[in-house]
Design a protein around this ligand. Structure first.
Ligand code: ADP
Ligand code: MG
Length: 289
């Protein structure tokens, strides 16, 4: 099976930075995302995550390398307007600040904006808006003013606007970063539902490790290149590599790492829930007695 999204040795430099050497925003970066997969993209500030997202969505064009969306190479010049339109329709994006993404003064009108722009039949738009609002759990706010909503609710409206365009993949570029813990939880639950129930492919760019551990695959970027890739357990089981890249690790990993040092034990490091952590610690303490 072809991956839905495939970046192959992609490099990109922002045009106004040409006079410097080695300032590629993306440097020989490769990434594969299968249909239905949930991929978390991590990396310190400036590591190239947003640039990668914008290349996939054709907001930017690669300097070299290939980018395949559903088997079609979009990093070539002979791509037609129609094909660009299809790609934008298939790959949606949700950004950090919900206020910048909401355009209308009534929630349902805002959600209708995307499909209207795509030229969807008016009779179908109603249906799509209702369905999208239902998926994000905001149907009872359909007639409300977006600016009166909480951050998490606004972000869910923005997500509904993207869902109403029926994309196969949605890229979330730090979409929970401006939210309070409750809003973050609402949005993460929505993202999980989109992936598990609607089979929408997810690329989640985030700084929160407890969000990244929910993914099928974690890709860590450093200086425009891929630094690590694997399941959450694989990537996080060696915290020192992540600390070297200026990243945090999930709390369970940090706790077990500290314990191993303190007690001179070798509890395998990995992504555990707190009950499992407690169980592992209990076992070790018993043996040490
Ligand atoms: P991230 O999203 O991981 O924080 P970005 O993709 O935004 O990283 O940035 C990658 C690199 O490209 C950084 O060095 C950043 O300074 C540079 N960069 C990003 N946007 C621009 C821009 N519009 N013009 C010039 N350089 C940029
Ligand atoms: Mg960014």
């Amino acid at each position: 099976m072809n991956p839905l999204i495939k970046l192959e040795n992609v490099s990109f430099k922002y045009p106004d930075t040409d006079n410097f050497e080695n300032n590629f925003a993306l440097n020989d970066f490769s990434l594969e995302v299968n249909e239905g997969e949930f991929v978390a993209l991590l990396g310190h500030n400036g590591s190239g995550k947003s640039t990668a997202a914008k290349l996939i969505n054709m907001i930017l064009t690669a300097d070299s390398g290939n980018i395949y969306i559903d088997g079609k190479n979009i990093a070539t010049d002979d791509i037609s307007e129609n094909e660009i339109y299809d790609i934008r329709k298939n790959v949606g994006m949700v950004f950090q600040n919900p206020d910048n993404q909401i355009v209308a003064t009534i929630v349902e009108e805002d959600v209708a904006f995307g499909p209207e722009n795509l030229g969807v039949e008016p009779s179908q738009i109603r249906e799509r808006v209702d369905e999208a609002l239902k998926i994000v759990g905001m149907q009872e706010y359909a007639r409300h003013a977006p600016h009166r909503l909480s951050g998490g609710q606004k972000q869910r409206v923005a997500i509904a606007g993207v869902i109403a365009m029926k994309p196969r993949c949605i890229i979330f570029d730090e979409s929970t970063a401006m939210l309070d813990p409750l809003g973050r939880k609402e949005v993460m639950n929505t993202i999980l539902r989109l992936n598990k129930e609607e089979n929408i492919t997810i690329i989640l760019i985030t700084h929160y490790m407890n969000e990244a551990i929910l993914a099928d695959k974690v890709v860590v970027m450093k200086n425009g290149s891929k630094y690590l890739e694997g399941t959450p357990n694989e990537v996080f089981s060696n915290p020192e590599r992540l600390w070297r890249a200026g990243l945090e690790v999930p709390q369970s990993v940090e706790l077990m790492y500290a314990l191993n040092k303190e007690l001179n034990t070798e509890i395998p490091l990995g992504v555990y829930d707190f009950d499992t952590c407690a169980e592992l610690i209990k076992e070790k303490l018993k043996k040490n007695r």
